[in-house]
Ligand binder design. Sequence first.
Ligand SMILES: Cc1ncc(COP(=O)(O)O)c(C=O)c1O
Length: 479
Amino acid sequence: MTLYESYARDLAEAIAAGLFRPGDRLPSIREACRQRGVSPATVFKAYYLLEADGLIRAAPRSGYYVNPRPADRRLPEPKPSRPRAPGISVDTQDLIYDIHASLKQRSGVPLGSPFIDPTLFPLERLRQSLVAAMRRLDPWRTVEDLPPGNRTLKRQVLKRYLVHGTKLDESEIVLTHGALPALHLCLAAVTKPGDAVVIESPTFYVALQALQRRGLKAIEVATDCREGIDLGRLAQVLEKRRPAACWLMTNFQNPLGSLMPDRKKRDLVALLTRHDVPLIEDDVYGELYRGDTAPRSAKSFDRRGLVMHCASFSKTLAPGYRVGWTAAGRFAEQVERLKLMTLLTGAIPTQAAVAAYLQDGGYDPHLRRLRRSLADQQAAVVGAVQRHFPEGTRVSLPQGGYFIWLEFEKQVDAVDLFWAATAQGVSIAPGPMFSARDEFRHCIRLNTGQVWSRKVEDAIVRIGRLVARQMPRSSPSPH
Ligand SMILES: Cc1ncc(COP(=O)(O)O)c(C=O)c1O
């Protein structure tokens, strides 16, 4: 065995024995040379070997870190939801505002957050793109970029669709301040107050707020944490109720993390086409997949212009820049007009900055890094939940995005859990936030997008203990 192989073997044993834990930094090259009495080349080769085995990873300009171990599945998956059938008026709770307030404390651990760790974004590169774009700004652009908006950005967005095999016309794209206004505008384009809209159960609370704001009724349809909405149930609803629209998250649903398989998306579009019901496809997480193959959108199966695909750069590139869009099919002109009445246009500087960044070609390498980090972080969080949460916990294992959904026994009150965790500096997202009727009181959503650290692990240990206190009859965690 060579020197570097023997050093790599010793390190692998130290990692297996828990002397280096997931997220720990290995000694720097210089430290390792000193400790081990070997050359930098030997240390590098040993580290490359461990990296190739998936035990460690290099972080640019920072060093080598121990990877999370794949989670051994002790805890089962959550059960599919079973919402009651009739459509109901929506009243979203004050809880949503309390939770947003709790996320702003820097010292806290934001496991209830809808955002990933801000250090994972290429903010310096974006700053350069913003400065360069503003230096080059032709004063006439401030007038010419009024609707229909920044054309370079539109072309870059069209290119993203092409990369994923979908050819769209520029006239379909409406640029907005993030995905949220796009979703609201699409909803306004196809509904009138009193209409019913199909949503998933549970669903992202913004969908509930949007329905409430327009006086729409929600028809909640059963959704499972693997493959999304139950198409059989949806078909029954379409037969009996004639909803005005469906609002669904096909890729890495918030909060479940479910991924609708591509064949199911094709069936979904065929079903909606038969009933001529428009789909508002909320797809802000589609780029955050694991592995090599991007999931398709329902939009990619649409031949009739029925799907309004809404997305943004908020989750993947530029949080706070508020750059998003919809590819609104046959409703695009209506959506553009509604935009003119409400938002007028997007923000010219940030649209220009994102367009410049995309043109420079840094987006795909950034996405590859981000996907790797999110996969590692998710494995670490799920592993910690498996170790530190009591029996009786169920946890989802999504194939992308950065949320996991946890279900406990019925006696657990997720809102009490939220307040108890907040008192300890940890935020969580309690289940009732994601329901029009205060359901999922025994469920929580956790964010896995925070860079893994002891602090994050301690936060998970603490939530696990709080849950165990509310499930006293469950057998304690083995650790
Ligand atoms: C499912 C989903 N859709 C839309 C949005 C809003 O996206 P944006 O920030 O681009 O408005 C979010 C943000 O949390 C989300 O989770």
